[in-house]
Design a protein around this ligand. Structure first.
Ligand code: ADP
Ligand code: NI
Length: 228
């Protein structure tokens, strides 16, 4: 099987698996992440085939689909790749990316304390950097805002409640179970992403998207108070 065939088959598999989702994990998210990840990968001199496959599969194993099980995702990705003619060592490289891309993993554990980041994070490859930056960028800017409210609406969250303050230094455990209004998510995740970019291009795009989120929030709170 040549590389193009592997990509085409994986694309169809991902489309089918995510076709029912309306929480922000839809096919078009994958499409955007794939294209942006490839663009970043070209700038970084990363392996484009590895980046493209990992980007296509990065949300297949999301823990949210497996009732909080973080291992099940890797198993699902591995199962799919084993059905193609791909070497086990290359499969490992893909899983290494898909299992580490999540924002949640970057949050501190409760028992380690809010101030301490997870300290045992191994080295980050150019390929992991490309996919992670692209995924995080898709949670920012105009599209990121749309995705946050789509997610919130799906889970019946209010848009905003002044009585429920955001937890800016949220832990992994708190992040997993939060039922806070969607605006809180901006402070708990979206506004942090700018400083979490790994690549030069990622930082450049993040800067613009970050600015747009801030502009949006400014307008939001003006309207909330009946001004403007
Ligand atoms: P990804 O890591 O692929 O961007 P996530 O599973 O973290 O996906 O979330 C999907 C989308 O929903 C993202 O745009 C994310 O910012 C948004 N989202 C996640 N959790 C919340 C939340 N508690 N409230 C509002 N939006 C959320
Ligand atoms: Ni994603």
């Amino acid at each position: 099987m040549d590389r193009q065939e592997i990509i085409k088959k994986t694309e169809l598999f991902v489309k089918k698996t995510l076709s029912e989702d309306s929480t922000g994990h839809d096919w078009w998210h994958i499409h955007r992440v794939r294209n942006l990840a490839k663009r970043i990968a070209r700038e970084e001199g990363a392996d484009i085939f590895l980046v493209e496959l990992a980007a296509l599969l990065h949300d297949i194993g999301d823990y949210k689909f497996f009732k909080g099980d973080e291992e099940a995702g890797a198993a699902k990705v591995g199962e799919w790749l084993s059905s193609l003619e791909i070497s086990p060592s290359f499969i490992d490289k893909i899983i290494e990316i898909t299992s580490r891309v999540s924002f949640m993993l970057s949050l501190p554990d409760k028992q380690k304390g809010r101030d301490k980041k997870n300290s045992t994070i191994p080295t980050v490859s150019k390929e992991l950097m490309s996919v992670t930056d692209a995924d995080r960028l898709d949670a920012m800017g105009a599209i990121g805002i749309a995705r946050a409210f789509t997610y919130g609406g799906f889970f019946n969250r209010p848009i905003y409640d002044p009585a429920i303050k955001p937890i800016k230094s949220i832990t992994k455990e708190e992040y997993k179970i939060t039922e806070a209004p969607s605006i809180n998510h901006f402070y708990e995740k979206l506004l942090k992403l700018k400083d979490m970019m790994y690549t030069k291009l990622g930082r450049k795009i993040a800067k613009r998207r970050h600015r747009f989120i801030n502009l949006y929030l400014k307008q939001f709170f003006k309207e909330w108070k009946g001004k403007m």
